[in-house]
Design a binder for this molecule. Sequence first.
Ligand code: KIV
Length: 263
Amino acid sequence: MKVTTKTLQDMKIRSEKISMITAYDFTSAVIVDSAGIDVILVGDSLGMVVLGYDSTIPVTMDEMIHHTKAAVRGRKRAMVIFDMPFLSYQTGLKDAVLNAGRALKETGCDAVKLEGGVEQKETIKTLVAAGIPVCGHIGLQPQSVNVYGGYRLRGKADEKKRLIEDAKAVEEAGAFAVVLEKIPAELAKEITGVVSIPTIGIGAGPECDGQVLVFHDLLGMFDKFKPKFAKRYGELGKEMKEAISSYVEEVKKGIFPDKEHSY
Ligand code: KIV
């Protein structure tokens, strides 16, 4: 059975944790889906880990559409969420509906995600009214890195009240879930208790209803940033380099292809 917004809501009610991971192409979607992941997020983090940009700011709708189409082709059970890139929804309600609608129509994804709390309440409301499921994203918002001057922890004492308001606004607007990024674990616990929609944490402690990590961080394939919250479950970057070095060496020495790999 495919994972839907209702599945996630029921999981929160049953206190069953939700697993989410990013994936940006067919092969990685097949792998994470077959590993039993509940939700695939085609995150705009692809700008950094796949396209080599310095931040998520340059990512375009066309790039997101291209990658999400591939990820959708690879999933069987998981819900696929399309991450709305910078300036695809901040420029007005009409732009938000047209871009999010385009994401659903062209990629076959199940929902969209956008960054922002109170200030995006109307946008979320409008998208949901148009039939587009929305996942919110509050706390650290990478698309606003230039406003905040970096990727620091959010929701410390002076921001705590505002973050709770953000979570409530996202819920009231009709979002089906909300990502909490890089906030104190105690605050994430409080928000998780206050809202009835599932909270999905990244750097937000263990008390969220679910967790999300970036594919390349989890597998040890991206070394440019190593945030404290990004637990590495493998060192695939190292293994891939070793495998490719062996291939290079065998080609240079004429060892590959051997009889077994020739016709
Ligand atoms: O783009 C992304 O990968 C994200 C996650 C970090 C939640 O938004």
